[in-house]
Design a protein around this ligand. Structure first.
Ligand code: ADP
Length: 483
């Protein structure tokens, strides 16, 4: 693969360096299953070097910048990201197997995060607090220092955007550990950051294995904060590792997010959203709406209408830009298929599927999208995050039952409510266990401005929007007595 930087190196302290022990990891193209290059595999020493480089940047040129100067750098980087849209799209298509237009949308979203936080950098400030007559009290928002960012493979650019960019705007120096399956656009971010003029060490990118580079980073004594997006089990390990040094964490651990459709909903508007919100990125989306709860009066009609959409969907290589691309890996495909086999064995009914096109290469990790009914709400298919192109439709009779079903998993990330009844909308908003609730919509175009995060097993802390900046800073209260 032709890239303007050496993919097998790590980006540490403003330089491309090989891993200290020379090891690399293969890059697999999920559309073909073929190995198309190599990335560096950061050792514990490399992670240590990256943290040290970040500390140096904080004590040097990066730490000396004003908030508006940081904003300017982010703004420049945003322009560079847009100017390299084709390169970044190609990298993501090859590395993650995203259909071209979805990969391009991720580039645009990354640029949007950079723009948003470029503008926000110099608007983050403390407050003055009225206190005793002979005091002046104010608060300062200070960066944590070195922040760690452990990124998953499903949306490398978008998650870089929401995690890393806010941290930089707030004045932290970052060490990023991208996923072993998808590191190329993170490395490109490092490459572009140098062109934008970021001081050496402000941004460090160390691809590698989770249990090695990731674990070293999350348990490092010199970091001030960890942001992680990924699985629940790894999230718990990361929180435990960070707890050894009382380091705060932001965790986004996925979900089993419902859309609830009442019989008074505008069905025509809802239908494409019901399906799209579940199948975007082949269902490998933390906020995927994998459960559709439908009032029994319209259930059969909705299942039939969703089925008609499913039957039109085509799956194929990312370069063909069809509705769905492959899953990220053979492991992921096997995981999804095992779930579906088990569900069918316990009575779940597959009511519609899409089609894998004939020209899809043999070695790619393709799974056709599948819609299920007759699923027991307590079964794994209705409880666990499958992370594949699968949705279940569950009927309900009463509003109270809909809420119970919606809240009936350990997760709580996003929920959608489709009804024209304003009273019901706001009753449900209060009752639903979720970090984001959409009324008569779901997902809202990525929503860079909208605080995002979960409750329960979906994690804690908020990314996106201005709210994220509070998480990327610590508050200092200053009380000055007038003597
Ligand atoms: P998935 O199951 O979708 O691959 P993971 O939660 O396993 O998601 O991985 C998300 C990110 O967490 C990746 O960058 C991975 O390398 C990293 N990771 C995996 N295990 C650990 C760990 N024990 N400590 C820190 N990071 C880890």
């Amino acid at each position: 693969m032709l890239t303007p930087f050496d993919t097998s190196k790590l980006w540490i302290g403003g330089e491309w360096v090989p891993s200290s022990d020379g090891r690399t990891l293969p890059i697999e193209n999920p559309s073909s299953g073929l190995t198309v290059g190599a990335i560096g595999r950061a050792s514990r020493d490399d992670v240590d070097a990256a943290v040290t480089a970040a500390e140096r940047a904080l004590n040097g040129p990066w730490g000396a910048l004003t908030a508006f100067e940081r904003g300017r750098l982010l703004s420049r980087l945003s322009n560079l990201v847009l100017a390299h849209t084709e390169l970044l799209t190609e990298l993501e298509v090859a590395d993650v197997g995203k259909p071209v237009s979805q990969a391009r949308a991720d580039v645009v979203a990354l640029a949007r995060y950079l723009e948003f936080y470029a503008g926000a950098a110099d608007k983050l400030h403390g407050q003055t607090i009225p206190f005793l007559a002979d005091y002046t009290v104010y608060t300062l928002r200070e960066p944590h220092g070195v922040t760690a960012h452990i990124i998953p493979w499903n949306y490398p650019m978008q998650i870089m955007g929401r995690s890393v960019v806010g941290a930089l705007a707030a004045g932290n120096a970052v060490v990023v550990k991208p996923a072993e399956q998808a590191s190329l656009t993170s490395l490109a971010f490092g490459w572009l950051s140098q062109q934008a003029g970021f001081p050496a060490g402000a941004i460090n990118i160390v691809p590698g294995v989770g249990a090695e580079a990731g674990a070293t980073l999350s348990g490092h004594p010199s970091i001030g904060h960890v942001s992680f997006t990924g699985s629940f089990d790894v999230g718990v390990q990361i929180q435990s590792a960070a707890a050894r040094h009382a380091v705060p964490v932001t965790l986004e651990l996925g979900g089993k997010s419902p859309q609830i459709l009442f019989d008074d909903a505008d069905l025509e508007t809802a239908l494409p959203v019901l399906v799209r919100a579940g199948l975007q990125n082949a269902g490998q989306t933390c906020s995927a709406s994998s459960r559709i709860l439908v009032h029994r009066r319209v259930h059969d009609h909705v299942v039939e209408a969703m089925s008609s959409i499913y039957r039109t969907l085509r799956v194929g290589p990312a370069s063909a830009d069809l509705d769905l691309g492959p899953l990220i890996s053979a492991t992921q495909k096997i995981r999804v298929e095992r779930h579906l086999d088990a569900a069918r064995a316990t009575g779940a009914k597959q009511v519609a599927t899409g089609r894998i096109v004939d020209e899809a290469p043999e070695g790619g990790h393709y799974v056709a999208p599948q819609l299920y009914t007759h699923v027991n709400p307590r079964e794994p298919l209705a409880q666990e995050e499958i992370f594949g192109p699968v949705q279940v439709v569950l009927p309900f009779d009463e509003e109270e039952e809909a809420v119970r079903l919606a809240n009936g998993t350990p997760y709580g990330l996003v929920a959608g409510v489709w009804t024209r009844d304003a009273g019901r909308q706001h009753r449900l908003v209060r009752q639903l266990k979720a970090g984001q609730v959409f009324l008569n919509d779901y997902g809202a175009a990525g929503g860079v401005e909208l605080p995002f995060g979960g409750t329960g097993h979906s994690g804690h802390g908020r990314e996106k929007g201005f709210e994220a900046l509070y998480g990327f800073t610590k508050l200092k209260t200053v009380a000055a007595r007038h003597r």
